[in-house]
Unconditional design. Structure first.
Length: 55
């Protein structure tokens, strides 16, 4: 099996969603956290963040 690039955990609160990204290979931002009111917005933040790091 390959190396782990990201470990992503998503939590749901009463009226918010939180995502925690752990990127062991990233020197600039090894741990990031996002909090939004909708799951769609949270997933957009996650995708944007990962795509920016890969580019």
């Amino acid at each position: 099996m390959g190396d782990m690039i990201y470990d992503i955990e998503v939590f749901q609160g009463t009226n918010y969603f939180v995502a925690k990204i752990v990127a062991p290979k990233s020197k600039d931002k090894p741990i990031r956290e996002f909090k939004t009111s909708t799951l769609e917005e949270l997933l957009e933040h996650l995708a944007k963040d990962i795509l920016e790091e890969v580019d």
